[in-house]
Design a protein around this ligand. Structure first.
Ligand SMILES: Cc1cc2nc3c(=O)[nH]c(=O)nc-3n(C[C@H](O)[C@H](O)[C@H](O)COP(=O)(O)OP(=O)(O)OC[C@H]3O[C@@H](n4cnc5c(N)ncnc54)[C@H](O)[C@@H]3O)c2cc1C
Length: 448
C-alpha cells in the first residue's frame, strides 16, 4: 500500500524509445501479433456471392474491409443500427481519469469500405435454413455466407435493483456501459478515493469481454488512493464468481499475490445478484447462501450473453456451458459453424474457449477470411486459429503486465526475452499508450 514512484527521466526516455520501436513493429504488418494467412498482394477472387455480416463493431468492420479487398463482384452487406463506433479498450482509462470520452468514440461510417452496403438497422431474426436475416425495419436479406459479429449483450437487468441511471450516484460505477458511463464512473471513483470507505469490485459468472478489465480497475483504484495518500482510509474487496481470479492459472496466481501485497481482500464463489443503492449494499450468491456486502464505491460488471437475435436463433450451442448464454456453436480452429458450414462467427459472439478481446479478433480475422475465400474459390483452407488472446493487465498507473495466451493456457509473449508477461513494466504500459489504439485502427481498416 506504498506510494509508487515514477521511473527517472533517463530510464523513462529509454523505455519510451523501446516502446516506440515495439510500437512500430506492433502497428506494422510484420509483428508476431499479426499472423496473416493472406499473401501481401493476393489477387482478388471474382465471384457474385452474397456475404452478409451481422454487426459493425470491431470484428464486423474489420472483416468487411478485408473481404472488400479480396472478392471482386460479390455483394457484401453489413447490418448494424449503431452509428457510433467505440474503442472499448479505452473505457477503463476513462473510468480512471486518464482519458476523456472522445478518446474512444468515432462514427461507424468512417470505417466502412466503399462498395459495402450498410443497413443501419438491427437484425431481429436469423434463419440459417432459409439463409435469410430479417431486420427491425422489415427487410429480409438473403445470403450465401453469413458472418456473425454481433458482439455481446450487457445484461444489466440481471442485477436486481440496478439501473444505468444510477451510474455516478450513490457510489455506483459501470464503465462497461459506454464512454459517458465510464466518465461518470470516474467521478464516483475519484470521490471515493478522496473520502475513503469500502470499495467492492466483482465480475459476473458468465463469459465476459476483457476479463482483465475488472481486475485492472481494482488495481487502479488502489493506486489512485495510494497516490492521493488516502489508502489507509480505503478498504478494497474483489469478489470472484469461481475459485480463481483469472482463467489462466499462472496469471491467477500472480494477481492473487499482487492483491495480497496491496491489501485487496479476495472472496471466491461470489456472484452478484442484487444492489440496494439506498442502503449501499450488494447481495452475492455464495455456496453458503446469500451474503450482503456494504460499499461506498462499486463498479457493476453485469452478466454478458449473446445478443437476443443470436440467442433465439438456431446458431448457439445446444448443450454444454455455452448453450444458455447463446454463444455461437463454431469449430474453435476454423470459426466455421458446426451445423451450418456457410456461417462463421468472429469476435465476442463466438462460443470458443478463449478471452473475448479485440486482440483475439485480430488473429481470428485472417482465418475466417481464408476459409470463406477458399469456399468461394472452390479450394480448401488450412488456416487455424490457436485461441490467441491478449490482456494488457494494468496493475498501477504507468505499469502493466502484457498477458498473451492461447487455447491451452500457454503464455505466448510476442516479444519473448524482451517483454516478460508476468512482470509489471512501464514499457508494456507505453505499448498500450502508443501502439494498441493504432493497431486497433489498422485492424479495422483490414490491414492487420
Ligand atoms: C471495458 C472494456 C475493456 C476492454 N479492454 C480490451 C483490451 O484491453 N484489449 C482487447 O483486445 N480487448 C478489450 N476489450 C474487448 C473488445 O472491445 C471486444 O472484445 C471487441 O470489441 C469485440 O469485437 P466484436 O466485433 O465481437 O464486438 P463489438 O465491437 O462490441 O461489436 C458488436 C457490434 O454488433 C452490433 N450488434 C449487436 N446486436 C446486433 C443486432 N441484433 N443486429 C446487428 N448488429 C448488432 C453492435 O451494435 C456492435 O456494433 C475491452 C472491452 C471492454 C468493454
Amino acid at each position: 500500500m506504498s506510494e509508487h514512484p515514477q521511473p527517472d527521466r533517463s530510464r523513462r526516455e529509454f523505455l519510451r524509445q523501446t516502446a516506440s520501436a515495439l510500437a512500430l513493429v506492433l502497428a506494422g504488418g510484420g509483428s508476431s501479433l499479426a499472423v496473416a494467412t493472406r499473401p501481401a498482394h493476393a489477387v482478388p477472387v471474382k465471384n457474385r456471392a452474397k456475404i452478409v455480416i451481422l454487426g459493425a463493431g470491431a470484428a464486423g468492420i474489420a472483416i468487411a474491409n478485408r473481404l472488400a479487398n479480396r472478392v471482386e463482384g460479390a455483394k457484401i452487406v453489413i447490418v448494424d443500427a449503431r452509428r457510433q463506433h467505440l474503442y472499448q479498450a479505452g473505457l477503463t482509462l476513462i473510468a480512471s481519469g486518464v482519458k476523456s470520452p472522445d478518446y474512444v468514440t468515432s462514427s461507424t461510417s468512417e470505417w466502412l469500405p466503399q462498395g459495402v452496403d450498410w443497413i443501419d438497422e438491427a437484425a431481429v431474426d436469423i434463419d440459417p435454413d432459409a439463409k435469410t436475416v430479417a431486420t427491425a425495419g422489415g427487410k429480409s436479406i438473403q445470403y450465401d455466407f453469413l458472418i456473425v459479429a454481433t458482439g455481446l449483450k450487457l445484461d444489466f437487468d440481471a442485477i436486481e435493483g440496478f439501473s444505468l441511471d444510477l451510474v455516478g450516484t450513490n457510489g455506483i460505477g459501470a464503465f462497461y456501459a459506454g464512454a459517458d458511463y465510464a466518465e461518470r464512473t470516474w467521478v464516483a471513483m475519484d470521490r471515493f478515493t478522496d473520502e475513503g470507505g469500502t470499495g467492492i469490485f466483482f465480475r459476473p459468472a458468465t463469459e465476459i469481454k476483457c476479463a482483465g478489465a475488472p481486475l485492472k480497475y481494482t488495481f487502479l483504484t488502489d493506486d489512485s488512493a495510494c497516490r492521493k495518500g488516502s489508502r489507509g482510509r480505503v478498504e478494497i474487496h474483489y469478489a470472484a464468481p469461481s475459485d480463481n481470479l483469472f482463467s489462466v492459472p499462472i496469471v491467477h496466481e500472480k494477481v492473487r499475490m499482487l492483491f495480497d501485497e496491496r491489501g485487496v481482500k479476495t472472496h471466491y464463489g461470489h456472484v452478484a445478484k442484487a444492489i440496494d443503492p439506498g442502503r449501499q449494499r450488494i447481495t452475492f450468491e455464495t455456496p453458503d447462501g446469500d451474503v450482503e456486502m456494504p460499499y461506498d464505491f462499486t463498479n457493476v460488471v453485469p452478466p454478458m450473453r449473446a445478443p437476443d437475435v443470436v440467442r433465439n436463433s438456431p446458431l448457439p450451442w445446444r448443450t454444454g456451458k455455452w448453450a444458455n448464454d447463446g454463444w455461437v456453436e463454431v469449430d474453435q480452429q476454423t470459426l466455421r459453424h458446426v451445423r451450418y458450414p456457410n456461417v462463421f462467427a468472429i469476435g465476442d459472439s463466438a462460443g470458443i474457449p478463449t478471452g473475448k478481446t479485440a486482440s483475439a479478433v485480430t488473429r481470428q480475422l485472417p482465418v475466417v477470411e481464408d476459409h470463406l475465400i477458399a469456399d468461394i474459390a472452390g479450394t480448401r483452407s488450412m488456416a487455424i486459429y490457436d485461441g490467441y488472446a491478449a490482456c494488457p493487465l494494468i496493475t498501477r498507473f504507468g505499469q502493466l503486465m502484457m498477458i498473451e495466451f492461447d487455447y491451452k493456457n500457454n503464455l505466448t509473449p510476442s516479444f519473448p526475452g524482451v517483454i516478460a508477461p508476468l512482470e509489471e513494466l512501464w514499457a508494456s504500459w507505453l505499448i498500450q499508450e502508443v501502439a494498441l489504439k493504432g493497431k486497433y485502427r489498422a485492424m479495422l481498416h483490414g490491414k492487420v
